[in-house]
Every structure is written in C-alpha cells, then in structure tokens.
Ligand binder design. Structure first.
Ligand code: FMN
Length: 166
C-alpha cells in the first residue's frame, strides 16, 4: 500500500516553501504519495499516514501558522508520526551561538505541545533578504547582510532518511 504523507508548511518570505518542495520531491522519489500544502489550508488529516511540518522562526517564536496547525489537529496528530523541520539561523559564515539560540527557541515552542514526540526534528539554515522587510522591521533588521545558507544536500539527505521513520 502506498503511504500518503502530508508536507505542511508555513512561510512569510518563501524560503521555507522551497525547502518543503524539496522535502516533498525527495519523499516522492522514495515512493511515497505526498500532498504539499500551506499549513493554514489543511482542513483534515484524513487519509494521511504521516505528517511533515516545516516552518521558520521569527522574533524568537515559531511561525504562528505552524503553532495553530499543531493546536487545530492535535487529536489526529497524536495518532500519526510527525516529523518537524525548522528554518532559523541565517548568519554566514556559520555562527554556533546563533544555531544554539535558534535550537533553544524551537525547543521552547514545542514544549507547548507536550503530547508531540516528533519522529524527527531538524533545524536548517534559512534565507535572509533585508530588501523584503517592511517598516518597522526594516529599520532595525535591515542592517544585516543578505544571506541564504539553506543546505540543499542536508535537506535532501534528511528527507531521504525520513522514509524509514514515518
Ligand atoms: C524579521 C525577522 C526575524 C527573524 N527572527 C528569527 C528568530 O527569532 N530566530 C531565528 O532562528 N531566525 C529568525 N529569522 C530568520 C528566519 O527564520 C529565516 O529568514 C527564514 O528563512 C525565513 O523563512 P521564510 O522565507 O519561509 O519566511 C528572522 C528573520 C526575519 C526576517
């Protein structure tokens, strides 16, 4: 029987959507049937055997649509394997302190959902483009340089390993 997997994602600037697309494509290459959807547009878990939820950190919190997704589908998700990926660090070169801070942020966010034991949990580097920021964020965040530290090999490898865990 083909396994049906939902890859749900939340994004503000689009970089997490591109990661979700690669995760979905990799799972399909491994023979899974995948629905790729914005987390906020998912109405039901019916028909899914497993879920992958991906979203970025913003201002020390996980994207609100990812948090809402977990709250809204709490009951159904308790009976499904759920893998989680998070985008956060953007400093280039690699900044260990930033990665530790981002990991602490997602840990704190997921503690709000004690019923959730992710089948896999991974942090990926993100993309930062100050030219896309609008006021008032642009006034204090605009000084950081643009970066894109998404590691596509690591993303594909993680998604490939998910197949055995979901
Ligand atoms: C205004 C702003 C605030 C951010 N705050 C955080 C944060 O608190 N922690 C973190 O790890 N990453 C933070 N990031 C980095 C984002 O998670 C990263 O840019 C991510 O790739 C954005 O995803 P998206 O393109 O899917 O919206 C922030 C980025 C922006 C633009």
């Amino acid at each position: 029987m083909t396994k049906n997997v939902l890859v749900g994602y939340a994004t503000r600037y689009g970089s997490t959507r591109e990661v979700a697309e690669v995760v979905a494509a990799t799972l399909r290459e491994h023979g899974l049937a995948v629905d790729l959807k914005l987390a906020q547009e998912v109405r039901s878990m019916e028909g899914y055997h497993a879920v992958v939820l991906g979203a970025p950190l913003f201002m020390f919190h996980w994207h609100k649509d990812a948090l809402k997704f977990l709250s809204r589908h709490h009951k159904a998700l308790m009976n499904l394997p759920v893998a989680v990926f998070v985008l956060g660090p953007v400093h280039d070169p690699h900044d260990e302190k930033e990665w530790q801070d981002s990991s602490a942020q997602i840990k704190k966010e997921l503690e709000k959902f004690p019923w959730l034991t992710p089948a896999a949990l991974e942090m990926f580097g993100g993309k930062y483009d100050p030219s896309k920021l609008r006021f008032p964020l642009s006034t204090f965040a605009g000084a950081e340089p643009a970066s894109d530290i998404r590691d596509w090999d690591a993303i594909r490898a993680w998604a490939g390993e998910l197949v055995g865990k979901l």
